[in-house]
Design a protein. Structure first.
Lengths: 477, 493
């Protein structure tokens, strides 16, 4: 039977507010345990939450970023459950009236087309603390520094039909929150986390199959792997005549498997009800308009501008706006080098390969945008060939200075003196008579071989176009 | 000294008739003297009270004293006091030393009022008789066999027996007005949001409101004004300006429209209580007030709605009491589940457990709409009843409680009958209105309170209405004779 996959994602983005969502404690990462937990975070008897308006502003920004109406009235609700790292015994979240509802984002597909993914809602809530099970023999340590950090939970529609689409969606949201400067996107520190709801159904069937929720898939790679493993598991179960159980499953990247955490029956009844300590959040049109005025250029707009301004293809423009840092980098290289297409090629090619290899982010690139622009300029003014540029690139990556320094120190300047090139060509013609004859007999292909020989003789420094032209002229003689 | 008004005490302090240290010591002596018989206090703060009195004396000496500087008072043990045990009457918090001051405490400290101690109360303010305290029952000074009402029974008893000139209380369903009525003193619960709830241990957040007990409306006016005001730490506190509660105390009541809800005078109301209320209304008539019969048709729904909403909120509010960060923790838990079950099971009393269970049930999936949402709808209907009434009248009057103080143990095995003692007070909390109880006489030698219900933020008007009554009557000056003696006469109780 042919199966169809249905995937929905829940993304938790930690908002970059300076203080917590309901208390004045700092949200900075990495402090000594429990040094950033005040009486409100500790849920002392008698304390009350007070909403940090900055978190509301950031959530509203997100709403504008996904083309969603921002709710004029949203309500905080208590999600009740006991756990030692949840000091209040409930999490303040939003339930039936979230701050953002009904948005969407378009994701690129592999065939170059786009797919619109619905975003059901995005709501504000407070994060829990951390339970530390290691380091304390027979005991559990509790660190409440993270307790009360603002989160935006972004819930998609079940609109994705493959792990690849899920990753593309997650990347789009990841880029958007960073464009909006509402989340640092740091997945290692847990600032951007993801759960996936996965189900399968026979192709063409309307109703959804039983879904499982996958936890602990906090990297793009894990999301793809975990979902594919889970799809295969579900297909195996059903094809063996079994049924999928609705449950929460944990992805184990070491064993490459998902395993059951808790079933639906074991799930908590969270007894949501409106938090009586907090008033409903009322947002005026003026508030929204003031935020709209401060919005940075969003990925879609930037992509369009890159297509218009730099004549990039849809695909290139999509790639160059994948993250805010990348788009900023690209724009500098394109403008300073004056070679927009070449800039995109170098960034998508050598630069991204080098970054991937060393698991580096573009902001940590040893080759700055200025340096890359400088190198591309030397290609376009024929100081070096594209081939030599690869050596220059590598030298710059290894910290040997900017392009001009490398070209100078290594003597990589292209030979453009036609006299010198003609001498080399004469040599090659004299030593390859058989090939010359073949060419003259009409075998065009052989020209490439001869050009290659000249380039080799020049140690790559001759201008290939010039060689081509001079060689052709000589052979006609 | 214990029969003087706050303004008399303030003027004595200013004229150096006695110092704040002497005045404070005088009340501490009375507290110690009567603690064995009344059990009004959970913690008596001799040292801190005298230290605060000393500071107050310095302020008086330098002329920087305010209207309340140097006058000692007591706080219900539900208000957090920095460095002092704040138990809420529960074994759960018996070892809890609050690391901060409630806003109410902060404001009254700033007003220069030494804290004599923390008063006894029903555990987490759940109760109408003060029989639910981990620290034992509080006795009614008018009859030691009887309850003082609850949950602020300790504060009411302390003021009624003149162990403290004034005391704070909290009122979620009548916990200031009912004990004020049963102990013959003046008590006011202001509009929801008038007094900050920050640092006031939550029972039912949407209903809880701090207030004050005193022996007169004038005393209550002074202290309530000092307690009130917007607090950025409490999102539900009101930004409305507080105003001067004492300035209008002497306004005439000529033409005042008093509404009497017919539902408050039906069966269930003790005839002796009804007679006292009738006489009080007659007194107001004499002062030029117009009496208008009104109807609050949804009154009978107040108790059922309250006993869904309050337990629902408390079931969540009390979740933080898990023995993890502070409070009671059971011995040698086997695992996390065992830790939770035994810590909470061993530390909470029966009434608290009952309400947590009721509230948990009411919020559960499948029951939420039938209970919690329906109760919220009733709540809106009740508010609407009052809104329509206040289009016709300036103030609503009626009994505070259907009976006078009942015998200890009389209702403790019958929660429903206990819940019914709040039948006239609960609707006020559901609507968020201000309510007050003033002594109006006695029935069978026990005090009876008259309830005043005002429109939102009409505290000044209510205090004016109460004060005018106290100008022409002396019920508020009555005190139980057994406690008239001074500290030199030890052990009479």
């Amino acid at each position: 039977m042919e199966w169809e996959t249905v995937i929905g994602l829940e993304i938790h983005a930690q908002l970059m507010t300076k203080s917590k969502i309901f208390s004045g404690s700092s949200t900075a990462y990495g402090a000594e345990p429990n040094t950033q937990a005040n009486i409100v975070d500790l849920a002392m008897p008698g304390v009350l939450p007070v909403l940090n308006i900055e978190a509301v502003r950031m959530a509203a920004k997100f709403g504008l970023g996904i083309n969603a109406p921002v709710s004029q009235r949203s309500v905080f609700a208590r999600k009740n459950y006991f756990y030692p790292d949840l000091p209040q015994g409930y999490q303040i979240s939003q339930f039936d009236l979230p701050i953002v509802e009904m948005g969407y984002i378009d994701i690129p597909l592999e065939d170059g087309s786009h797919k619109r993914i619905g975003i059901t809602r995005a709501h504000l809530e407070q994060d829990a603390g951390k339970s530390l099970h290691e380091d304390f023999a027979g005991m559990t340590g509790i660190d409440l520094n993270r307790a009360g950090t603002p989160l935006l939970e972004i819930v998609s529609e079940p609109d994705m039909s493959s792990a690849k689409e899920a990753v593309a969606y997650m990347k789009k949201i990841h880029a958007l929150v960073q464009y909006l400067e509402i989340c640092d996107g740091n997945m290692q520190e847990g600032s951007f986390r993801c759960d996936a709801n996965v189900s399968i159904r026979p192709k063409g069937q309307k109703e959804l199959g039983t879904r499982t929720e996958l936890k602990n898939i906090n990297s793009f790679r894990f999301v793809e792997r975990a979902i594919n493993i889970e799809i295969a598991r579900q297909i195996d179960i059903i094809e063996d005549g079994g049924t999928v159980v609705q449950e929460t499953r944990l992805f184990d990247p070491n064993k490459d498997e998902t395993r059951s955490m808790r079933s639906k029956e074991e799930a908590n009844d969270y007894r949501y009800f409106p938090d009586p300590d907090l008033l409903p959040v009322r947002i005026s049109d003026d508030f929204i308009e003031a935020i709209r005025d401060t919005l940075p250029e969003l990925p879609e707009a930037k992509k369009q501008r890159f297509m218009d301004e730099f004549a990039l293809s849809d695909y290139d423009a999509e790639s160059m706006t994948a993250t805010r840092a990348l788009s900023d980098y690209y724009e500098i290289v394109a403008k300073k080098s004056g070679e927009a297409k070449l800039a995109a090629n170098w960034i998508m090619g050598n630069l991204s390969a080098a970054l991937n290899k060393e698991d580096k982010d573009i902001i940590d690139s040893p080759i700055s945008a200025d340096m890359l622009a400088g190198m591309i300029k030397r290609i376009s003014d024929n100081t070096i060939s594209g081939k030599i540029a690869k050596d220059v690139f590598e030298a710059m990556w290894n910290g040997e200075g900017n392009a001009d320094t490398v070209i100078e120190n290594k003597g990589l300047k292209q030979i453009t003196d036609s006299g010198a090139i003609e001498t080399m060509i004469d040599d090659i013609i004299a030593n390859n008579q058989a090939q010359v004859e073949e060419f003259q007999a009409g075998k065009e292909k052989v020209l490439g071989f001869l050009v290659g020989q000249v380039m080799k003789a020049s140690k790559g420094k001759a201008n290939p176009a010039q060689v081509n032209q001079l060689l052709r002229a000589k052979l006609k003689d | 000294m214990h029969n003087k008004s706050l303004s008399e005490l303030a003027s004595d302090l200013k004229s150096s008739a006695y110092s704040s240290v002497e005045l404070t010591q005088y009340f501490l002596d009375r507290i110690h003297q009567h603690q064995p018989s009344l059990n009004a206090f959970i913690t008596i703060m001799d040292e801190q009270a005298l230290a605060m009195a000393k500071v107050a004396d310095e302020q008086i000496a330098t002329g920087s004293a305010g209207a309340l500087t140097g006058i000692p008072m007591a706080h219900k043990d539900i208000f957090c006091t920095d460095g002092v045990r704040t138990s809420a009457g529960s074994k759960m918090l018996d070892n809890f030393i609050a690391p901060y001051n409630a806003t109410v405490v902060e404001k009254l400290n700033a007003a220069g009022m030494p804290i004599l101690g923390k008063t006894n109360m029903d555990e987490f303010a759940m109760g109408s008789s003060n029989e639910n305290s981990f620290y034992g029952r509080v006795k009614n000074p008018w009859d030691l066999e009887r309850v003082p009402g609850g949950s602020s029974g300790g504060s009411a008893t302390a003021v009624a027996a003149r162990l403290a000139p004034v005391a704070t209380g909290t009122d979620t369903g009548g916990s200031i007005r009912q004990p004020a009525s049963l102990t013959g003193i003046t008590g006011i619960k202001p509009t929801y949001g008038r007094v900050s709830r920050f640092g006031m241990i939550a029972y039912a957040s949407s209903l809880d409101q701090g207030g004050v007990f005193g022996t007169s409306a004038t005393d209550c006016a002074l202290v309530l004004e000092a307690m009130s005001g917007f607090d950025e730490k409490d999102s539900t506190s009101s930004e409305q300006a507080v105003g001067d509660f004492s300035a209008t105390l002497n306004n005439s009541l000529q033409g005042l429209k008093i509404g009497l809800p017919k539902e408050y005078f039906k069966e269930g109301l003790d005839s002796g209580v009804a007679k006292v209320i009738d006489e009080a209304i007659a007194e107001y008539k004499k002062m030029g007030a117009e009496i208008i019969e009104i109807s609050l048709p949804n009154s009978h729904l107040a108790i059922p709605a309250y006993y869904v909403i309050a337990p629902a909120e408390c079931s969540s509010n009390l979740s933080r009491l898990d023995g993890v960060r502070y409070g009671y923790r059971c011995e040698n838990p086997e695992n996390l589940q065992d830790h939770y079950m035994r810590s909470r099971g061993e530390a909470f009393g029966n009434e608290v457990k009952r309400r947590i269970m009721v509230g948990t049930y009411a919020l559960s999936a499948g029951y939420y709409d039938a209970y919690y949402l329906k109760a919220q709808k009733i709540r809106r209907l009740i508010s609407e009843d009052f809104k329509q009434a206040f289009e016709k009248v300036d103030v609503i009057m009626g009994p505070v409680a259907p009976n006078t103080a009942f015998k200890i143990g009389e209702k403790s095995d019958d929660p429903i009958s206990m819940y019914l003692s709040d039948i006239y007070t609960i609707a006020v909390n559901l609507a968020g209105l201000p309510g007050m109880s003033i002594p109006a006489g006695q029935a069978d030698n026990l005090p009876v309170g008259l309830q005043l219900i005002g429109n939102y933020f009409d505290e000044a008007k209510m205090l004016n209405i109460a004060h005018q009554y106290q100008q022409v009557t002396n019920h508020h000056q009555q005190m139980p004779t057994a406690f008239e003696s001074t500290a030199s006469n030890k052990g009479e109780a």
